[in-house]
Design a protein around this ligand. Sequence first.
Ligand code: SF4
Ligand code: FES
Length: 265
Amino acid sequence: MAAITASREEKPEPTKQTPPPAPAVESAPKTITLRISRSNPSENSAAKFDEFQIPVQKWTTVLEAILHVKQNLDHSVAVRYSCRQASCGSCGMKINGRPRLACYTKVSELDSNVITVEPMSNFPIIRDLAVDFKQLFSTHKKMKPFIINEGSEVQPGAKEFIQTPNDLEKFLQFSYCIKCGLCNSACPTMATDKSFIGPQGLAQAYRYTADNRDEGKKGRLKIVDQSHGIWRCHFAGSCSNVCPKGVDPAMAIQLLRGYLLGFRK
Ligand code: SF4
Ligand code: FES
Protein backbone atom coordinates (compact mmCIF):
# COMPACT_ATOMS: atom_id res chain seq x y z
CA MET A 1 0.00 0.00 0.00
CA ALA A 2 2.78 2.32 0.93
CA ALA A 3 4.42 1.61 -2.39
CA ILE A 4 1.25 2.61 -4.27
CA THR A 5 1.10 5.94 -2.42
CA ALA A 6 4.70 6.67 -3.28
CA SER A 7 4.13 6.08 -7.01
CA ARG A 8 1.15 8.46 -7.02
CA GLU A 9 3.34 11.20 -5.56
CA GLU A 10 6.01 10.86 -8.31
CA LYS A 11 6.11 13.90 -10.53
CA PRO A 12 6.05 13.30 -14.29
CA GLU A 13 9.36 13.68 -16.13
CA PRO A 14 9.53 17.16 -17.70
CA THR A 15 9.39 16.87 -21.49
CA LYS A 16 12.66 17.82 -23.17
CA GLN A 17 12.28 20.89 -25.34
CA THR A 18 14.65 22.02 -28.06
CA PRO A 19 15.99 25.43 -27.05
CA PRO A 20 14.87 28.20 -29.40
CA PRO A 21 17.48 29.11 -32.01
CA ALA A 22 19.76 31.95 -31.03
CA PRO A 23 18.80 35.18 -32.77
CA ALA A 24 20.89 35.73 -35.92
CA VAL A 25 23.73 38.10 -35.15
CA GLU A 26 24.57 40.40 -38.01
CA SER A 27 28.33 40.44 -38.43
CA ALA A 28 29.42 43.98 -37.73
CA PRO A 29 31.03 45.75 -40.68
CA LYS A 30 34.73 46.24 -40.30
CA THR A 31 36.96 48.75 -41.95
CA ILE A 32 39.85 47.91 -44.22
CA THR A 33 42.46 50.05 -45.91
CA LEU A 34 42.21 49.85 -49.69
CA ARG A 35 45.38 50.95 -51.49
CA ILE A 36 44.74 51.72 -55.15
CA SER A 37 47.56 52.16 -57.64
CA ARG A 38 47.09 55.44 -59.51
CA SER A 39 48.90 56.19 -62.75
CA ASN A 40 48.27 57.83 -66.07
CA PRO A 41 50.92 57.02 -68.68
CA SER A 42 49.48 59.62 -71.07
CA GLU A 43 50.47 62.30 -68.54
CA ASN A 44 53.81 60.69 -67.73
CA SER A 45 52.91 60.86 -64.07
CA ALA A 46 54.71 58.47 -61.75
CA ALA A 47 52.57 55.73 -60.22
CA LYS A 48 51.49 56.28 -56.62
CA PHE A 49 49.10 54.66 -54.19
CA ASP A 50 45.98 56.35 -52.81
CA GLU A 51 44.57 54.93 -49.58
CA PHE A 52 40.93 54.73 -48.60
CA GLN A 53 39.14 53.43 -45.51
CA ILE A 54 36.29 51.15 -46.63
CA PRO A 55 33.56 49.49 -44.55
CA VAL A 56 33.23 45.84 -45.55
CA GLN A 57 31.05 42.88 -44.68
CA LYS A 58 32.14 39.27 -44.98
CA TRP A 59 30.61 39.06 -48.46
CA THR A 60 32.09 42.32 -49.83
CA THR A 61 34.16 41.72 -52.96
CA VAL A 62 37.26 43.67 -53.88
CA LEU A 63 35.36 45.09 -56.86
CA GLU A 64 32.60 46.35 -54.53
CA ALA A 65 35.24 47.97 -52.32
CA ILE A 66 36.69 49.77 -55.36
CA LEU A 67 33.21 50.83 -56.49
CA HIS A 68 32.58 52.20 -52.98
CA VAL A 69 35.57 54.47 -53.56
CA LYS A 70 34.27 55.53 -56.98
CA GLN A 71 30.78 56.25 -55.69
CA ASN A 72 31.65 57.96 -52.42
CA LEU A 73 35.26 59.07 -52.20
CA ASP A 74 36.96 59.54 -55.56
CA HIS A 75 35.07 59.28 -58.85
CA SER A 76 38.23 59.40 -60.92
CA VAL A 77 39.52 55.88 -60.17
CA ALA A 78 39.73 53.97 -63.48
CA VAL A 79 38.61 50.35 -63.31
CA ARG A 80 37.08 48.03 -65.90
CA TYR A 81 34.26 45.65 -65.02
CA SER A 82 30.96 44.45 -66.40
CA CYS A 83 29.28 41.20 -65.34
CA ARG A 84 30.32 41.09 -61.64
CA GLN A 85 30.05 37.29 -61.81
CA ALA A 86 33.38 36.00 -63.14
CA SER A 87 32.04 35.64 -66.68
CA CYS A 88 33.13 38.60 -68.79
CA GLY A 89 36.83 38.61 -67.91
CA SER A 90 37.00 42.41 -67.51
CA CYS A 91 38.03 42.97 -63.90
CA GLY A 92 41.43 41.26 -63.72
CA MET A 93 43.98 43.04 -61.55
CA LYS A 94 46.73 42.29 -59.06
CA ILE A 95 45.23 41.98 -55.61
CA ASN A 96 47.78 41.77 -52.82
CA GLY A 97 50.34 40.83 -55.43
CA ARG A 98 48.45 38.03 -57.18
CA PRO A 99 46.44 38.26 -60.42
CA ARG A 100 42.75 37.73 -59.60
CA LEU A 101 39.28 38.75 -60.74
CA ALA A 102 38.15 41.60 -58.45
CA CYS A 103 34.49 40.54 -58.68
CA TYR A 104 35.36 36.96 -57.70
CA THR A 105 37.61 37.80 -54.74
CA LYS A 106 36.04 38.48 -51.36
CA VAL A 107 37.90 40.85 -49.06
CA SER A 108 37.37 38.35 -46.22
CA GLU A 109 39.24 35.58 -48.05
CA LEU A 110 42.38 37.71 -48.29
CA ASP A 111 42.83 37.59 -44.53
CA SER A 112 44.29 41.09 -44.32
CA ASN A 113 43.09 44.52 -43.25
CA VAL A 114 45.14 46.11 -46.00
CA ILE A 115 44.22 45.34 -49.62
CA THR A 116 46.47 46.60 -52.39
CA VAL A 117 45.13 46.66 -55.94
CA GLU A 118 47.34 47.25 -58.97
CA PRO A 119 46.99 46.87 -62.75
CA MET A 120 47.89 43.44 -64.16
CA SER A 121 51.56 42.92 -65.01
CA ASN A 122 52.57 42.27 -68.64
CA PHE A 123 49.84 44.57 -70.03
CA PRO A 124 50.20 48.23 -71.02
CA ILE A 125 48.41 50.45 -68.49
CA ILE A 126 45.66 52.74 -69.77
CA ARG A 127 45.02 54.38 -66.40
CA ASP A 128 44.99 53.23 -62.77
CA LEU A 129 43.64 49.64 -62.84
CA ALA A 130 42.53 49.53 -66.48
CA VAL A 131 44.94 47.82 -68.87
CA ASP A 132 45.06 47.48 -72.64
CA PHE A 133 43.87 44.10 -74.02
CA LYS A 134 44.70 44.86 -77.66
CA GLN A 135 47.59 42.40 -77.88
CA LEU A 136 45.72 39.61 -76.06
CA PHE A 137 42.75 39.87 -78.41
CA SER A 138 44.86 40.14 -81.55
CA THR A 139 46.94 37.08 -80.52
CA HIS A 140 43.73 35.21 -79.69
CA LYS A 141 42.44 35.94 -83.21
CA LYS A 142 45.71 34.79 -84.78
CA MET A 143 45.15 31.34 -83.22
CA LYS A 144 42.06 30.97 -85.47
CA PRO A 145 39.70 30.34 -82.55
CA PHE A 146 36.97 28.68 -84.57
CA ILE A 147 36.29 25.32 -86.18
CA ILE A 148 37.95 25.05 -89.59
CA ASN A 149 36.24 22.45 -91.72
CA GLU A 150 35.57 22.74 -95.43
CA GLY A 151 32.60 20.42 -95.12
CA SER A 152 31.16 22.19 -92.10
CA GLU A 153 28.19 23.55 -94.01
CA VAL A 154 25.32 21.29 -93.13
CA GLN A 155 24.51 19.28 -96.24
CA PRO A 156 21.05 18.03 -97.09
CA GLY A 157 20.53 14.87 -95.08
CA ALA A 158 23.26 15.68 -92.53
CA LYS A 159 21.76 16.38 -89.12
CA GLU A 160 24.68 16.72 -86.72
CA PHE A 161 28.41 16.33 -86.23
CA ILE A 162 28.82 13.34 -83.97
CA GLN A 163 31.17 13.82 -81.03
CA THR A 164 31.58 11.29 -78.23
CA PRO A 165 32.03 12.28 -74.56
CA ASN A 166 35.71 11.26 -74.94
CA ASP A 167 36.11 13.55 -77.95
CA LEU A 168 34.58 16.41 -75.94
CA GLU A 169 36.72 15.72 -72.87
CA LYS A 170 39.89 16.42 -74.89
CA PHE A 171 39.16 20.14 -75.10
CA LEU A 172 36.22 20.95 -72.83
CA GLN A 173 38.06 22.65 -69.94
CA PHE A 174 39.96 24.86 -72.41
CA SER A 175 36.69 26.16 -73.83
CA TYR A 176 35.89 27.75 -70.43
CA CYS A 177 38.44 30.53 -71.01
CA ILE A 178 36.90 33.99 -70.49
CA LYS A 179 39.96 35.87 -71.84
CA CYS A 180 40.58 37.65 -68.56
CA GLY A 181 44.35 37.66 -69.14
CA LEU A 182 45.28 36.58 -65.60
CA CYS A 183 47.41 33.73 -67.02
CA ASN A 184 49.36 36.10 -69.29
CA SER A 185 49.81 38.46 -66.36
CA ALA A 186 51.31 35.69 -64.19
CA CYS A 187 53.57 34.31 -66.95
CA PRO A 188 57.32 34.90 -66.40
CA THR A 189 58.05 34.43 -70.11
CA MET A 190 55.59 37.19 -71.02
CA ALA A 191 57.47 39.44 -68.61
CA THR A 192 60.66 39.06 -70.65
CA ASP A 193 59.29 38.61 -74.18
CA LYS A 194 56.54 41.04 -75.15
CA SER A 195 55.97 39.15 -78.42
CA PHE A 196 55.42 35.75 -76.80
CA ILE A 197 52.05 34.28 -77.80
CA GLY A 198 51.33 33.60 -74.14
CA PRO A 199 49.41 30.92 -72.26
CA GLN A 200 45.98 32.27 -73.19
CA GLY A 201 46.63 32.12 -76.95
CA LEU A 202 48.42 28.77 -76.81
CA ALA A 203 45.63 27.20 -74.74
CA GLN A 204 43.12 28.35 -77.34
CA ALA A 205 45.29 27.01 -80.17
CA TYR A 206 45.15 23.64 -78.42
CA ARG A 207 41.40 23.90 -77.73
CA TYR A 208 40.56 24.09 -81.44
CA THR A 209 43.31 21.75 -82.63
CA ALA A 210 42.07 19.03 -80.25
CA ASP A 211 38.47 19.35 -81.47
CA ASN A 212 37.76 16.37 -83.73
CA ARG A 213 35.47 18.49 -85.93
CA ASP A 214 38.39 20.77 -86.80
CA GLU A 215 40.74 20.45 -89.75
CA GLY A 216 42.91 23.49 -89.11
CA LYS A 217 45.63 21.76 -87.11
CA LYS A 218 48.38 22.16 -89.72
CA GLY A 219 47.86 25.92 -90.01
CA ARG A 220 47.66 26.48 -86.26
CA LEU A 221 50.76 24.42 -85.51
CA LYS A 222 52.65 26.53 -88.04
CA ILE A 223 51.56 29.69 -86.21
CA VAL A 224 52.66 28.50 -82.76
CA ASP A 225 55.91 26.88 -83.96
CA GLN A 226 57.91 30.11 -84.21
CA SER A 227 60.56 31.99 -82.23
CA HIS A 228 58.08 33.79 -79.92
CA GLY A 229 55.80 30.77 -79.84
CA ILE A 230 55.29 27.53 -78.02
CA TRP A 231 58.96 26.70 -77.33
CA ARG A 232 59.46 29.85 -75.23
CA CYS A 233 57.31 28.40 -72.44
CA HIS A 234 59.50 26.92 -69.71
CA PHE A 235 56.61 25.41 -67.81
CA ALA A 236 56.59 27.63 -64.73
CA GLY A 237 52.93 26.73 -64.36
CA SER A 238 51.89 30.08 -62.85
CA CYS A 239 49.30 30.51 -65.63
CA SER A 240 47.37 27.46 -64.44
CA ASN A 241 47.71 28.51 -60.79
CA VAL A 242 45.90 31.80 -61.28
CA CYS A 243 43.18 30.82 -63.78
CA PRO A 244 39.77 31.53 -62.20
CA LYS A 245 37.93 29.15 -64.54
CA GLY A 246 39.88 25.94 -63.99
CA VAL A 247 41.64 26.10 -67.36
CA ASP A 248 45.13 24.57 -67.33
CA PRO A 249 47.07 26.47 -70.02
CA ALA A 250 50.38 24.87 -68.96
CA MET A 251 48.95 21.45 -69.78
CA ALA A 252 47.49 22.71 -73.07
CA ILE A 253 50.96 23.87 -74.09
CA GLN A 254 52.45 20.45 -73.35
CA LEU A 255 49.65 18.71 -75.26
CA LEU A 256 50.10 21.07 -78.21
CA ARG A 257 53.84 20.32 -78.21
CA GLY A 258 52.89 16.65 -78.50
CA TYR A 259 51.44 17.31 -81.98
CA LEU A 260 54.63 19.06 -83.07
CA LEU A 261 56.86 16.31 -81.68
CA GLY A 262 54.76 13.59 -83.24
CA PHE A 263 53.44 12.09 -79.96
CA ARG A 264 49.88 13.07 -80.85
CA LYS A 265 47.97 12.87 -84.08
S1 SF4 B 1 43.09 30.61 -69.48
FE1 SF4 B 1 42.14 31.21 -67.54
S2 SF4 B 1 43.41 32.90 -66.79
FE2 SF4 B 1 43.90 32.63 -68.96
S3 SF4 B 1 42.56 34.10 -70.00
FE3 SF4 B 1 41.51 32.12 -69.99
S4 SF4 B 1 40.21 32.19 -68.15
FE4 SF4 B 1 41.71 33.83 -67.92
S1 FES C 1 33.23 41.90 -63.80
FE1 FES C 1 33.10 40.29 -65.26
S2 FES C 1 34.65 38.93 -64.66
FE2 FES C 1 34.64 40.41 -63.06
